[in-house]
Design a binder for this molecule. Structure first.
Ligand code: IVH
Length: 728
């Protein structure tokens, strides 16, 4: 704040005779804040403060239109609409740059060797100093400033003649419209206009919401924005800028600046208000270039913007002049690329894959393409919405992206095909969520798009129905426990502590059991024998016995735990308890209609439908029957209206280890009968249920004369109460 001009200490009385002075002070202040905000990424005033000053300037300018200049911060978006872009001849051509695509070491070494040879250096001579920069993936721009004011912005074009895009470039807040007083009278700054990844994602999100066109990547979005005829549109596409060089400049003899090195020039541009990438480094000799290439490559995906390589430049401007040019490329610079993260290829087919939670993912089968350093033949299309949104068809040429270790994805279509119409495909069943029957159009679908892929009706792994619930983007297999793809996940969920609580049945063991085909369905768990367990790798006799004991213990459970353990979508612990309380028995739940299910507390249409669908599948009922046959059991009650709340108003404390029931199971049983389960014993405690190794709580109960029960006593109490209620 210390640098800020003192504009606010008083309500700023404007001397009517001096509006020009006030206007200048306001513009300087706004420019200063904007530089801190947009270039340095370090705001120093609240937005409201900025807005207040901005409005004051707007008001003053409205009162004095003769004082409005094009470099005022109020004039960034002036809504200029062009008939076409006007060609501009560059005062100094915009060169291209030689590209090395070799592996990290050889690319940099070849360049360094070439530079040394051209300069006639021997091995005995010292290493050359370079500047290493990211190679930004946007589009080259030349910004012309005359007497410190932006007068023209031009694209590269063919290097000799570009296009005038000044009206659009003025909307980029990172680009100063006015420079400080000490700049040369003529200054052309060259650099890259690009779009940050986060800005790109937000832009696409907005476009999607508004049903507009989405962009394949930040580079395309930036290029499209720069070449708009209407700068109002450009202003809505958040662009950024990095400076990396100079074009024409006032010569030394006429008061131009003296730069000795490229690095010094970049630092000066920075001091004049231009954004210069923080990654720019001085590197001495080939070895440091190699290190730079490797380090930037490793952090590539973490950068907020896309790069497609790095650029090495000889630092000394004298050496640059000595080296000169070869046709249209400087001998003092080279681009060293990384493997492309995006490539074009053809979609040969679209298949689906079933994930561990039943999610059906459409996958594009591609003509093999080398992208992100590997050959890719499959790429995810995420879901049907994404296919429609991107307008992908079998036969299209698409852009495939593989960044880092992320699975390859289809980002968009570049050359659509006009192939078979969807009406020639086998029909899909009615999908009310899609606005079918008859093939409705999904919201957000690319305009004019005729799909030639259909989501299958049946799961390719198990043949169960495939559904998509309202409000969901993903299709799912309804096969649940029956579907091999979902088995591991289902078993782990079933065994979880809050479900059947099978101790020792973790990730690794479940993987082994399913992979070895020992467990195909949940009931198979209870058919496990010592022999098959011990046959598994890294399974000792003792641990196998522990697993079997845990399985045996888990058979005594409660209805909510069992229901929750089945892993139905949308049925969490709370819903499982509500269902058990409402219906009393599993059979009642399985046979309930959607309408009956809707009677349950907190069960809405989505849950009701999901439950109903699940229990309509014969194989799911079969799994339940087999689990019961294996000895899985729980106390069944009457429906909630007649549920025996025999422990209503009573407080029970559990302590020690019970012989068969786990702590949670005992708690559930007590709570279902209306008891409150507390953590400490007092005079108000109705019962203490004590197991093995009960300690201080048992002592306290005995001291206070609170009745103490063991597990059998507790179960007897519950059953006696239930029987009495039933009789009464
Ligand atoms: S220097 C004489 N530096 O790469 C060399 N170019 O140049 C002039 N690019 O489309 C270019 N990042 O827009 C230079 N740090 C960087 C760059 C860079 C990206 C682009 C440039 C042009 C292409 C070839």
């Amino acid at each position: 704040m210390t640098e800020n001009l003192d504009l606010f200490s008083a309500p700023a009385p404007v001397d009517p005779a001096q509006p020009a002075i006030r206007i200048k002070a306001l513009r300087d202040q706004l420019n200063h804040w904007a530089h801190q905000y947009y270039v340095l990424d370090a705001p120093t005033v609240p937005d409201a403060e900025y807005d207040r000053v901005y409005r004051e300037l707007q008001a003053l300018e409205a009162a004095h239109p003769d004082l409005v200049t094009p470099d005022s911060p109020t004039q960034r978006v002036i809504g200029a609409v062009m008939d076409g872009l006007v060609p501009v001849r560059h005062a100094v051509p915009m060169l291209s740059i030689h590209t090395e695509t070799d592996t990290e070491a050889t690319g940099a070494q070849a360049f360094d060797a070439r530079v040394r040879r051209e300069l006639g250096l021997s091995d005995a001579d010292p290493a050359i100093e370079y500047v290493a920069e990211p190679k930004f993936d946007g589009l080259a721009m030349s910004l012309r400033y005359e007497n410190g004011r932006l007068v023209q912005a031009a694209t590269r074009g063919d290097g000799e003649v570009g296009e005038d895009v000044t009206h659009n470039i003025r909307t980029i807040r990172q680009i100063p419209l006015t420079l400080p007083g000490d700049v040369p009278p003529l200054l052309e700054v060259r650099g890259e206009v690009y779009m940050r990844r986060a800005d790109f994602d937000a832009l696409n999100e907005r476009q999607r919401e508004q049903g507009g066109k989405t962009f394949v990547n930040p580079r395309n979005a930036a290029a499209g924005a720069v070449r708009q005829l209407d700068s109002g549109i450009t202003a809505q596409r958040p662009l950024s800028f990095f400076a990396y060089g100079l074009g024409a400049i006032t010569p030394l003899g006429e008061g131009g600046p003296v730069f000795r090195t490229h690095y010094e020039m970049l630092q000066t541009l920075k001091s004049w208000g231009f954004p210069v990438a923080a990654q720019v480094r001085i590197a001495v000799g080939a070895a440091e270039l190699v290190t730079f290439h490797r380090q930037v490559g490793a952090s590539r995906d973490a950068l907020p913007y896309d790069i497609d390589g790095v650029v090495y430049k000889v630092n000394s401007l004298q050496l640059q002049r000595d080296l000169g040019f070869k046709t249209r490329e400087p001998r003092w610079a080279v681009a060293h690329k990384y493997p492309a993260q995006e490539m074009a290829t053809k979609v040969e087919a679209i298949d689906v894959q079933v994930g561990r939670t039943g999610k059906i993912t459409p996958v594009a089968r591609l003509a093999p393409v080398f992208v992100g350093g590997v050959t890719v033949t499959n790429a995810t299309l995420h879901n049907l919405f994404e296919i429609r949104k991107k307008g992908v068809r079998v036969g299209d040429t698409v852009i495939v992206r593989r960044a880092g270790d992320v699975i390859p994805e289809v980002v968009g279509v570049i050359a659509p095909t006009l192939g078979t119409d969807v009406s020639s495909l086998p029909p899909r069943g009615a999908d009310p969520a899609l606005g079918r029957p008859g093939g409705g159009v999904m919201p957000g679908t690319r305009a004019g798009y005729v799909p030639n892929f259909r989501m299958p009706n049946a799961c390719p792994v198990c043949g169960s129905d495939v559904v998509r619930e309202k409000g969901e983007a993903n299709h799912r297999c309804t096969g649940g426990l029956f579907c091999a793809a979902q088995r591991k996940e289902a078993i782990l969920h079933f065994a979880a502590r809050r479900a059947m609580d099978i101790e020792g049945l973790g990730d690794k063991l479940v993987d082994q059991l399913v992979d070895a085909n020992v467990i195909r369905t949940l009931p198979d768990l209870y058919r496990l024998g010592l022999t098959s367990l011990v046959a598994l790798e890294r399974m000792a006799d003792k641990s196998a016995q522990n697993v079997l004991a845990a399985l045996e213990r888990s058979k005594q459970t409660t209805l909510p735990r069992f229901l929750f353990g089945l892993g139905l979508r949308h049925v969490g612990e709370a819903t499982a308890k509500d269902l058990a309380r409402h219906f009393g028995t599993l059979d009642a739940i399985m046979d309930a209609s959607v309408e009956q299910l809707l009677q349950v507390n907190d069960v809405g249409p989505v849950v009701a439908q999901s439950l109903h669908t699940f229990f309509q599948q014969a194989h799911n009922r079969e799994v339940v029957e087999q689990l019961r046959a294996c000895g899985v059991t729980w106390p069944e009650g009457a429906p909630a209206e007649r549920a025996p709340q025999i422990l209503a108003g009573k407080t029970v404390v559990l302590t020690g280890t019970l012989p068969t029931l786990g702590r949670d199971a005992a708690k559930d049983l007590l709570e279902a009968a209306g008891a409150k389960v507390a953590g400490s014993v007092s005079k108000k405690t109705s019962y203490v249920v004590a197991g093995e190794e009960a300690g201080s709580k048992l002592a306290k109960a005995l001291e206070l004369g609170v009745p103490v029960l063991d597990e059998a006593g507790m179960l007897a109490l519950l059953h006696a109460g239930a029987a009495a209620e039933g009789a009464g």
